[in-house]
Design a protein around this ligand. Structure first.
Ligand SMILES: *Cc1c(COP(=O)(O)O)cnc(C)c1O
Length: 375
């Protein structure tokens, strides 16, 4: 196979070799069901609990506040539907934003059909919400605020600590979809006043098909999948032991040298942006230049068709994304790009490049030369 130039780390990442090694026994001889009473079962329950500890430690939570799920989307569903269905005071209002991932947006849409009122906050040109608009939207009927930590398309990081403070002041629960943030930026659920937080292993060099939800101790939420008593009755189904073990290892590795990794990523990002700007006149960088995920570059090339650009880059072995992986193939322009005020022409010419830990300067040179040639 020819070399792959991978610049789509916001879509998914490759499993780290050490993570894979840690997982392998759980596909073969360590196959016991964690709910079984005999040794090879109990041992796997301990392996799961070690992963729970590792995840909790990174976000400054307690292990019992971590619930394993099958993915980031399920964590978002469980968080939002879970607290809504558990809300016994019959409150009827949720606040979210226009730029959430579809796992949050479509969950809210379903709840809307069930009679819950949803406020979709606007964002500014950089993709940031207004704290004032948030505070004004809160009423006695508000159950939950759900605002993503960092956006998957434009990389903008929201003012999470301030949002958490507002939620706490008004005694409203605060959920954050941190699927893009975990593994990339440091998060402390206590300091940031976060009540619920979603994450997904495949976004930080862990396996696909495993996620986690943090729920602050004492917060009631209803399970959305009925069955056995796994995850303290909050998420039925025999645990994905290998996946969970891999997730625990992956998060530990991701945060081990996070400051150095991010410094390198930001240098690569700035190198890429500057070089592109020097070669292409008509382009626009989207998102915030200060509060931004280290590896995210989102650029509009007005007049270009990003789907065509994507395919031509693919012919050269380069993986990038038009807006967001979830939107690729859809005819409608990205809801995120519309929300930050791009016109159709700009949105249609938008390319997302997301760098990861294995990318090199040489790879970026090849990417830029290819973009320049194609355009
Ligand atoms: C990838 C992603 C999700 C979905 O996670 P899955 O594990 O793929 O279901 C949710 N939210 C954001 C912000 C994401 O980037």
């Amino acid at each position: 196979m020819n070399k792959i130039y991978y610049f789509d780390h916001a879509a998914t990442t490759a499993v780290n070799e050490e993570v894979l090694k840690t997982m392998l026994p759980y596909f073969s001889y360590s196959f016991g069901n964690p709910s079984s009473a005999y040794t090879i079962g109990r041992r796997n329950k301990m392996a799961i609990d070690l992963a729970r500890q590792r995840i909790a430690k990174v976000i400054n939570a307690q292990p019992k506040e971590i619930y394993f799920t099958s993915c980031g989307s399920e964590s978002d569903n469980l968080a939002i539907k879970g607290v809504t269905y558990a809300n016994t005071r019959r409150k009827k209002h949720i606040i979210t934003t226009k730029i959430e991932h579809h796992a949050v947006l479509n969950t809210c849409k379903t709840l809307e059909e069930e009679g819950i009122e949803i406020t979709y906050l606007n964002v500014d040109k950089e993709g940031k919400i207004s704290l004032e608009e948030l505070e004004n939207a809160i009423s006695d009927d508000t159950i939950l605020i759900s605002i993503m930590t960092a956006n998957n398309e434009i990389g903008t990081i929201e003012p999470i600590k301030k949002i958490g403070n507002i939620a706490r002041t008004h005694k409203v629960l605060f959920h954050t979809d941190a699927v893009q943030a975990i593994g990339n930026i440091e998060i402390d659920v206590e300091e940031m006043n976060i009540d619920l937080l979603s994450m997904s292993a495949h976004k930080f060099y862990g396996p696909k098909g495993v996620g986690a939800l943090y729920v602050k101790n004492g917060i009631e939420f209803k399970q959305i999948q009925d069955g056995g008593h796994q995850e303290k009755g909050k998420r039925a189904g025999t645990e994905n032991v290998a996946g969970i073990v891999g997730m625990g290892k992956a998060i530990e590795i991701a945060y081990k040298n996070i400051k150095e990794h991010n410094k390198k990523l930001i240098e690569l990002r700035e190198y890429c942006i500057e070089k592109l700007q020097s070669k292409i006149q008509n382009m626009k960088i989207n998102g915030s230049m200060t509060d931004r995920l280290p590896g995210n570059i989102n650029i509009s090339f007005p007049g270009e068709d990003s789907t065509e650009l994507l395919l031509k880059l693919d012919e050269r072995g380069i993986c990038t994304s038009a807006g967001s992986a979830c939107n690729t193939g859809q005819a409608t322009p990205s809801h995120v790009l519309m929300a930050i005020g791009l016109n159709n022409e700009q949105a249609e010419g938008t390319l997302r490049i997301t760098l990861g830990r294995e990318n090199t300067k040489e790879e970026i040179d090849y990417l830029i030369d290819s973009i320049v040639e194609i355009i």
